[in-house]
Ligand binder design. Structure first.
Ligand code: ADP
Length: 547
């Protein structure tokens, strides 16, 4: 017997329709590339997304054709999220921090037909456009009078001139909720990038889940600042969860330095912000240096790479801002786990609570996870056994777009497919997962594993250290031994011996790094993460002391 409820596909257009009808006057504030602040409402967003949809229809773009963006977080990018996907096309958000060769490669791989870019990326577009034959239309996301002159890009049009004349009347088409809605390529640290191809259903379910109280706890009373970029995994789904809740949205545009982000938080009464640790470090440095306070910010979700406990402490103890540690990946839309306490933890002393809050967290409904040994056997949830982390759920990839290597899924005894995350983790009896490492970064010393994240976290708690990266170095007896590469804060000093002494009592003796390497900066990749492969390359002539 089938249920007798209305059948309505979960489509991205329903989010903007809902926001228009129920939160029409909620604000969307954007810092623009031009530097000024732009304000409008969900009602305006809906109207202009419809104009864009009409333009795409007018061009004769087919269902599922790809429309690409190279853009910061801002209202025009948001219009693409709804106008492109809502009208049945696939939004391809490109990470502008990728190498131009990679950008040209993914534009060709995705067969993008339209590419809209913020004018700050004009040099990038000039460098790649001749290599992107599929692109029929290049659009600069700017006012008509700001269109770059003599750009050399054939047929370049400003976004405002492009959509300005189009009607804002549009009936969003209804189609299968499993249709593709958007795509995002992974950074491709090994080999060519691979694309996660999200669907309307996966995106809408993820948007619901992201708003839950134990996830981002978003509501119509919040003012939300996604610092995490809309060009990488849809700003962790915030552009979709925002219209679902009717929260005020604040977009930082290109200004991601501590001062600009802080000013926006204060000026717009931001209550909730999301970002990666490297960006939050800049914010904390600015706030600490100026003796400033947050007057409205009460919580922040931090993920993308391990959030050092020192950062959690700084936010919570010095500024009263709760840190929600999150873990996920491009292939997971991206949210997998988020760390909040359970009822039974409320009576724990502060230290006990902090130990839990440093973990990557509990699975969100919709995501299941397990850890397995090298033979694929499931390992116990005891908080100690570590193994490869596998996940499954309706917003996790089953395959990559135009994948040549076959499905990445690993079947279990029941034939259900699990996605191997490439992370090594523990899971405790309460279901809190903790990432030990990316499997390729784990250090194998004398048959035991050392978590590079643990070793980095200790260094990061030292007041002189701006950033720390732990990597394994070949050792004839132990196989590998850890060393810690550190970049110091401006003007700060610490000697090799002092830093090594700092590890005493904080970790087992055999896990203490064999050496400290001082570097000007730790290499950072396109998504704000440390590039350990590049660091290893830089240190290829390094030898451990005594070898
Ligand atoms: P990429 O495109 O570089 O693969 P992703 O954003 O998809 O970028 O990266 C996902 C990976 O980032 C995870 O598999 C994990 O290794 C790492 N990661 C994400 N969040 C965390 C976290 N909170 N702690 C530790 N590692 C994290």
């Amino acid at each position: 017997m089938l249920g007798l409820m209305q059948s309505q596909p979960l489509l991205i257009s329903s989010l903007i329709e809902f926001a228009e009808r129920h939160h029409g006057d909620a604000e969307i504030v954007s810092r623009r590339v031009e530097g000024d602040i732009h304000r409008y409402t969900y009602r305006d967003l809906s109207r202009r997304s419809k104009q864009l949809a009409n333009v795409l229809d007018g061009m004769g773009l087919q269902f599922s054709d790809r429309v690409a963006s190279l853009a910061w977080n801002g209202y025009r990018h948001m219009e693409m999220y709804f106008g492109v996907s809502g009208s049945g096309r696939v939004l391809h958000t490109i990470n502008p921090r990728l190498h131009p060769d990679q950008i040209a490669w993914i534009v060709n791989h995705a067969e993008d037909q339209v590419l809209c870019f913020d004018t700050s990326f004009l040099p990038l577009v000039q460098a790649v456009h001749a290599r992107c034959p599929s692109v029929k239309k290049w659009v600069a996301l700017c006012d008509a009078d700001k269109l770059p002159a003599d750009s050399g890009i054939p047929g370049l049009v400003s976004y405002e001139a492009w959509i300005g004349g189009a009607s804002s009347e549009y009936a969003w088409p209804v189609f299968d909720e499993n249709s593709a809605s958007s795509m995002c390529y992974t950074s491709g640290t090994t080999g060519n990038p691979k694309a996660a191809l999200y669907s309307h259903r996966s995106t809408t379910l993820h948007a619901y889940a992201a708003a839950l109280p134990d996830v981002m706890n978003l509501s119509a009373r919040d003012s939300v600042l996604p610092v995490v970029p809309m060009f990488h995994v849809n700003a962790w789904g915030i552009p979709y969860s925002a219209p679902l809740t009717g929260c005020k949205l604040v977009f930082p545009g290109p200004a991601l330095d501590g001062k600009s982000v802080y000013e926006l938080i204060e000026a717009e009464g931001v209550t909730f912000a999301a970002g990666v640790p490297t960006v939050w470090q800049m914010l904390l440095n600015h706030v600490k240096a100026g003796g400033l306070k947050f007057s409205t910010l009460n919580r922040t979700v931090i993920g993308g790479s391990a959030c050092p406990p020192a950062m959690i402490h700084a936010f919570q103890d010095e500024f009263g801002v709760s840190v929600l540690h999150a873990w996920g990946m491009t292939e997971m839309s991206p949210l997998g786990t988020l760390c909040t306490l359970k009822n039974k933890h409320l009576a724990l002393p502060r230290d006990g609570q902090m130990k839990i809050l440093q973990k990557q967290g509990r699975a969100i409904y919709g995501v299941d996870m397990k850890i397995v040994d090298s033979a694929g056997n499931e390992l116990p949830w005891d908080g100690k056994s570590y193994g490869d982390l596998l996940v499954k759920g309706p917003w996790i990839v089953a395959d990559y777009y135009r994948s040549e290597g076959g499905s990445p899924l690993v079947p279990d005894a029941q034939g259900r497919g699990w996605f191997p995350t490439g992370d090594v983790a523990t899971i405790d009896a309460d279901g809190f997962m903790q990432i030990t490492d990316r499997s390729k970064d784990v250090i194998k010393s004398g048959g035991e594993w050392i978590s590079s994240i643990d070793i980095e976290n200790i260094a990061m708690a030292h007041p002189a250290i701006a950033m720390a990266a732990c990597i394994g170095m070949p050792h004839p007896k132990w196989d590998e031994r850890p060393i810690i590469a550190v970049a110091l804060k401006p003007g700060a000093e610490v000697s090799r011996e002092e830093l090594l002494a700092f590890y005493e009592g904080k970790t087992a003796k055999w896990q203490v790094p064999d050496d400290v390497v001082f570097v000007d900066a730790i290499p950072i990749g396109a998504t704000g993460k440390m590039l350990k492969a590049k660091l290893r390359e830089q240190l290829k002539d390094y030898r451990l002391p005594g070898l």
